[in-house]
Design a binder for this molecule. Structure first.
Ligand code: SF4
Length: 258
């Protein structure tokens, strides 16, 4: 990977359309009622103001957004979860969640595009390891043989060259614990859409850039993800680690196959 891949555009239109559209439409209706219906005008105006205040955080950027980032993400998560059953009914549950994730990513990119994170943590699910592989990557990613049969082997050289702090976990609660213990200023996480939604809403205090898994063999088995996408995110959002110039980048085990 000599040439750095570009970070793909985030796809968040559906979530943002609903997230902004519903309260704005409600506010417009209440204002219209207030204009044409004298009875209860005060209440209509109050409702319209409340809805406009509710939608305002979606327009925040920069410092003001970062100061209120946690409650804003928490509230956006309430929207994502509340409308999830409706999205399921339309057979668009994954698309809905990923649209919410895209909106989150868009805002993280706005926040960290200029001022990069200095203490980032990469969180990966254990199911990216080939199911039949015996390498103990859970305890040490360097135990991967780089046989090329799964994404772990693609990731290892990048992690070693760039000094990424990476954890592979087989339980969500372990990933949350790792994140809380490590105290990163940015998490870059890979997971299925369901876990991404849970992670974003359970750890709203830590900004997270999230990438979806590709479930070519079903849930939790031999999953894959775009390593170039992860690399592009790390390059754009995270300050490169200081290098001494004499690093010897050597995986712990290169011999053998899975
Ligand atoms: S040894 Fe091969 S199959 Fe096992 S984790 Fe590494 S790349 Fe994946």
């Amino acid at each position: 990977m000599n040439q750095l891949p570009a970070l793909p555009a985030e796809n968040y239109r559906v979530f943002l359309l609903v997230r902004r559209g519903v309260p704005l439409l409600g506010a417009a209706l209440l204002l219209a009622l207030a204009a044409f219906e004298p009875v209860g005008r005060g209440w209509y105006l109050l409702g319209a103001v409340a809805l406009l205040a509710e939608v305002r955080p979606t327009f925040m950027r920069g410092k003001s957004f970062m100061q209120l980032r946690t409650p804003i993400l928490r509230w956006d998560g309430v929207w994502a979860k509340a409308l999830r059953p409706l999205a399921r009914w339309f057979r668009a549950e994954d698309a809905w969640i990923l649209s919410f994730c895209g909106w989150n990513n868009h805002r993280v990119r706005q926040a960290f595009g200029q001022r990069k994170a200095v203490r980032a943590l990469v969180l990966l699910p254990h199911c990216i390891q080939l199911a039949r592989c015996k390498a103990d990557v859970l305890t040490d990613l360097g135990k991967c043989y780089e046989c090329g049969l799964c994404s772990v082997g693609d990731l290892l050289p990048l992690q070693l060259q760039r000094g990424w702090d990476t954890r592979i976990t087989n339980r969500s609660h372990k990933a949350y614990r790792e994140a809380r213990d490590y105290r990163p200023d940015l998490i870059v996480a890979v997971s299925c859409s369901d876990r991404l939604l849970k992670g974003l809403t359970r750890l709203p205090e830590v900004p997270s850039y999230v990438l979806p898994l590709e479930l070519n063999h079903g849930m939790c088995v031999d999953t894959t993800f775009s390593v170039p996408h992860l690399l592009a995110a790390m390059e754009l959002l995270v300050e490169p680690k200081a290098r001494t110039g004499d690093e010897r980048v050597v995986p712990l085990q290169r011999e053998g196959i899975a």
